[in-house]
Write a protein that binds this ligand. Structure first.
Ligand code: SF4
Length: 391
């Protein structure tokens, strides 16, 4: 969105800005209330600013905010490319836009100056019972392959060599175009100067034989993030997930046997997660060859089927389970690093740190200018949170 602004200067201090654009998230109820509080605050601190509201919250609370908070304008994701035009308008406006729209000016984000984030698709066709995303982001739709490849060619020519493919549901890439994530990965790997490719996040059911064929390619990062969300089938069923524990375990063991580190998303404290269910869940998680985790405590999202489920788990219990789970995976991660002492290939960022092929952090201690270099390290210390190498 910022790239589409030509006639406005970006101001760091919102109390001095004449125009404020709020790009909202609506994934939890607290994200919604956070935005409301933020608007109230801004109106107090900077009463003359024109306030515009965009992002996922437009579908869920855009209309109410437009009226109640007297916002100058509200516009959906599809309208972001026209932001210059919208901000120039003298009239108040409310436009949700089109949920089937796909932004063809590919968005690239960069951490430091070494890795490039490439958005390859938008939307999701799954219907997980706790999730509002499909109704605010629309169905899964892929960006044209040609556009993606062209963007990567330009970035690779300009010195980028690691690419991270992102989207709402990355593994569904190509379903609407007779292609697949594996086919796209193969094509990207053929571009000159592409050294390593990471895939943002996949669903277990999206990993097929075609994907297995590319697992041993040297350009694949040796880490996959596969969203399980839970390890107990009763909970997976009420989450309306498409995965089951027995299959997940087989899948993870098979991928790990190719030398992969594996991460996942996990929700603790979902309704009906009794003590007995949790005990069994933790036992099952211990069996999974996991090395990384994004664990969340369940938080009710209005207008989702899960929000009306009974037997909600108390916050302090969910918090304690979250801790148990993250401690378990922390131990597994250290064990993985200790028992897998292969040379690590790290792309160095500006703070002299970087990630190896297994998505573990490496900190370099050196007086040399190393940013943007690929370094292979065989000697390093293994600490709790990261590895450290002296050069
Ligand atoms: S797959 Fe992910 S984005 Fe899609 S509904 Fe489930 S949790 Fe939400």
């Amino acid at each position: 969105m910022i790239n589409s602004l030509k006639n406005f200067a970006i101001c760091d201090d919102e109390t001095k800005a004449s125009v404020i654009v709020i790009n909202s998230c609506t994934v939890t109820n607290s994200a919604d209330s956070g935005v409301r509080n933020y608007i109230n605050q801004i109106k107090r601190k900077n009463p003359n600013a024109k306030i515009y509201f965009t992002g996922c919250g437009v579908t869920t609370q855009g209309e109410a905010l437009f009226e109640e908070k007297e916002l100058t304008g509200v516009f959906g994701h599809s309208e972001k490319e026209k932001i210059e035009e919208l901000l120039a308008s003298n009239d108040r406006f409310f436009t949700v836009g089109d949920l089937s729209h796909i932004d063809n000016t590919i968005v690239t984000e960069f951490i430091g100056k070494s890795r490039a984030f490439i958005k390859i698709q938008e939307g999701c066709d799954f219907e997980c019972s706790y999730c509002i995303i499909p109704s605010v982001r629309g169905n899964a739709r892929s960006i044209d392959e040609e556009t993606i490849l062209k963007q990567i060619e330009i970035l690779a020519y300009n010195g980028f060599s690691e690419f991270i493919l992102t989207g709402t549901n990355v593994g569904s890439y190509g379903k609407d175009k007779g292609s697949s994530i594996a086919k796209l990965l193969k094509k990207i790997s053929l571009i000159k100067n592409v050294k390593r490719i990471r895939v943002g996040s996949l669903e277990p059911v999206q990993i097929d034989d075609e994907f297995f064929e590319i697992l041993n390619e040297k350009w694949m990062a040796k880490h996959l993030h596969i969203a399980l969300q839970h390890a107990h089938d009763d909970i997976l069923e009420s989450m309306k997930r498409r995965n089951k524990f027995k299959d997940d375990l087989k899948l993870f063991e098979k991928i790990a046997s190719h030398g992969y580190a594996l991460g996942t998303d996990f929700i603790v404290g979902f309704p009906n997660e009794s003590d007995a269910v949790w005990k069994e869940t933790l036992k099952r998680v211990a069996l999974l060859p996991l090395t990384h985790i994004h664990a969340f405590t369940y938080s009710k999202r209005d207008n989702t089927p899960a929000s009306v489920m009974t037997n909600q788990v108390k916050g302090d219990i969910a918090k304690a389970r979250h801790k148990e789970l993250t401690n378990l995976i922390k131990e597994k991660n250290i064990l993985f690093r200790k028992s897998n002492k292969v040379p690590l290939e790290v792309l160095i960022e500006s703070d002299l740190s970087g990630f190896d092929q297994f998505f573990n952090k490496m900190q370099i201690v050196s007086k040399n200018e190393l940013e943007g270099n690929w370094i292979t390290l065989s000697e390093y210390e293994i600490k709790d949170e990261k590895n450290i190498a002296h050069l």
